[in-house]
Design a protein around this ligand. Structure first.
Ligand SMILES: [Zn+2]
Length: 259
């Protein structure tokens, strides 16, 4: 893992890994610890209703001009994206080089309560991908696509919006399942979406929603941040090879955006 690194770089790696281990052992934390001379940091974005933690880890400088945010999971019953995030974290922590002035942010899950329960929705029964303010409407109560009582009502959505507003990423990649497609609904994201889909070995298509789209993360990112916003739908069953290919594709896209 640290082969070929200088002793100094090795110390940095150990510090990053030790912090990652601390987070996984200790669970909820409220501070924003720093590691590796500011080149990697984890912060807690929110603590959820049932004690889950939404955390974001940055690799690369905080003031990077190219920033890619990867969200491994929004729906609690779609976990493959978390494996992609884990593969990326392992590669980044073991010293893989990013271009200068570039950072990757990783969020394993923005729905820890849903993940624990194995449900699409959060603990309040809300579909987080219908709860963002962009085009929000109250719809689907008592179904798996309930948009919630008001726009951005859920702690998970509010924390993610606030975080995105602060970080202002160049691109947001949100992993879902099981449709095996990269959704290029947003015109400004199409070029990047086609490039990414090619590396993922998935088709790129305008997928949209059954009926009009409302309250989605990518809709809000596209409209509010004018950033690249892509939904990556992995298949239902995801092999280890596909996880590795997906992590490679994200790194290639990051380099492509930084060029
Ligand atoms: Zn989903």
């Amino acid at each position: 893992m640290t082969e070929g690194l200088t002793p100094c770089a090795r110390v940095k790696c150990i510090a990053v890994l030790a912090f990652a281990a601390l987070i996984s052992i200790c669970g909820p934390v409220s501070a924003t610890p720093e590691t590796s001379e500011g080149l990697a940091a984890t912060e807690v974005l929110a603590n959820t209703k049932q004690g889950g933690v939404i955390a974001a880890t940055r690799y690369g400088p905080a003031d990077a001009s190219t920033k890619v945010l990867v969200i491994g999971q929004m729906h609690g019953d779609e976990s493959a994206g978390r494996r992609v995030v884990r593969a990326l974290a392992n590669r980044l922590a073991s010293g893989i080089q990013l271009p200068a002035d570039t950072a990757i942010w990783l969020v394993s899950t923005m729905n820890p309560d849903g993940a624990r329960a194995g449900t699409r929705v959060n603990a309040a029964g809300v579909d987080l991908n219908r709860n963002f303010p962009q085009g929000w409407r109250q719809q689907g109560r008592a179904t798996e696509t309930w948009s919630g009582p008001s726009a951005g009502s859920e702690a998970e959505t509010a924390a993610m919006s606030k975080f995105l507003d602060r970080v202002k990423p160049t691109a947001v990649l949100a992993f879902h399942q099981p449709f095996a497609v990269v959704d290029i609904t947003h015109p400004a994201s199409r070029r990047a979406g086609r490039v990414l889909a090619n590396w993922l070995e998935l088709p790129a298509r305008v997928v949209g929603c059954p009926g009009p789209c409302y309250g989605t993360l990518t809709g809000w990112v596209d409209d509010h941040l004018a950033a690249i916003a892509l939904t990556v739908e992995l298949p239902q069953r995801v092999s280890a090879a596909r996880i590795n290919r997906s992590a490679t594709a994200v790194l290639r896209l990051t380099r492509w955006l930084a060029r």
